[in-house]
Ligand binder design. Structure first.
Ligand code: NDP
Length: 328
């Protein structure tokens, strides 16, 4: 028997959270059985736990879009019992049962070997949010943006994606401007390595003209909406924005002028179906390019029973840094 957080369909399209003891036979099919040490809470988990976004098709369902743990049984050639692994994406926690349980059975093709330098706790302090930050940094670098290019703007900076992005960029030598709506997060962001704090209000309104003063060589944007539209008008010549999130809205009302006159590029970042080779590079780079002392400052420890209220908090932008859910 193992413990799990289960979602059940309730009346009126709502979902009900129950804490249950399950038998291994209840787990879905898959060629690797993993004993889960830790999971985490992402914005998407908040949506799933609240029954929003139509992300889950069938109930009962075990949410949790990522987990780290140890292989217990394997029919996959790349994994054997005792291997430490991390999983995120592939619609685990949405279409497939996820990490909010002490055991998970999944396809071995979805698993990434955990770099030796990281513990399973650190892997989930990083989680999908942190791994996506790394994918964003890699995209900006592949576009030729280096520390000499100019400052990098990070929006939604005190959130999960933003916090890890600030810490990685600062470690790599970039000057980082952090956008936050929480004045009380300024010291936290400066400590992670931000050299400039930009108040959310400064960038919240839609742009009034197609081009503004050139300010940013790059941007990692977790917010979307009118903030992204505004940021596009402020990009330096040949700058690039990694579009990661929609915490402020999914619409994008812009003009093509920044693309045509300044050669600005908008780089889409998808963590979910990202090919395995790129994932492995991202996890390896997290082990070297993310300062682990800074990661420790972002961590908030939680258990399964904390998740119902934390789900509401993350959807309201009230969670700071990264929540690590202990399944041991
Ligand atoms: P968090 O909730 O931890 O962070 C989001 C941050 O955005 C908040 O902390 C807040 O930062 C800011 N924010 C919230 N609401 C608003 C608003 N209305 N206007 C402006 N800023 C706002 O979430 P995550 O970091 O986990 O995820 C961030 C986004 O990235 C989400 O939209 C998520 O879905 C997306 N994402 C996408 C992935 C992909 O594959 N593309 C993978 C992972 C996440 P502050 O308080 O500092 O202002």
């Amino acid at each position: 028997m193992f413990k799990a957080l289960m979602l059940h369909e309730a009346d009126g399209g709502k979902v009900e959270i129950r804490f249950e003891d399950l038998e291994l036979a209840r787990l879905p099919e898959g060629d690797v059985l993993v004993e889960v040490d830790y999971s985490t809470l992402n914005y998407k988990d908040g949506l799933v736990l609240k029954g929003l976004g139509k992300l889950v098709r069938t109930y009962p369902h075990v949410p949790g879009v990522d987990f780290a743990g140890t292989v217990a049984e394997s029919g996959h050639p790349d994994f054997k019992p005792g291997d430490r692994v991390v999983l995120n994406g592939w619609r685990v926690g949405e279409l497939h049962w996820g990490g909010y349980a002490q055991m998970a059975r999944v396809k071995g093709d979805w698993l990434v070997p955990l770099p030796a330098a990281l513990t399973t706790h650190q892997a989930m302090a990083i989680g999908t949010a942190g791994y996506t930050s790394m994918l964003s940094v890699m995209a900006l670098q592949a576009h030729g943006i280096d520390p000499g290019s100019g400052p990098i703007l990070v929006t939604g900076a005190a959130g999960g994606v933003g916090s890890v992005a600030v810490a990685i960029l600062a470690r790599l030598g970039y000057r980082v401007a952090a956008v936050t709506g929480r004045p009380e997060a300024q010291a936290y962001l400066t400590d992670l390595g931000a050299t400039e704090i930009v108040a959310r209000d400064e960038l919240a309104d839609p742009p009034s003209r197609p081009l503004d003063k050139e300010r940013w060589a790059g941007c990692i944007d977790a917010v979307g909406g009118s903030m992204l539209a505004r940021v596009l008008t402020q990009m330096q010549y040949r700058g690039a924005v990694a579009a990661v999130g929609l915490a402020g809205g999914s619409e994008l009302n812009t003009t093509v002028i920044p693309f045509l006159l300044r050669g600005v590029n908008l780089l889409g970042i998808d963590s979910v179906m990202c090919p395995r080779a790129e994932r492995e590079v991202a996890w390896q780079r997290l082990a070297t390019d993310l300062p682990l002392d800074k990661l420790a400052e972002m961590e908030v420890d939680a258990t399964l029973t904390d998740l119902p209220h934390l789900a509401g908090e993350i959807l309201q932008g009230q969670v700071r840094g990264r929540v690590v859910v202990d399944l041991k």
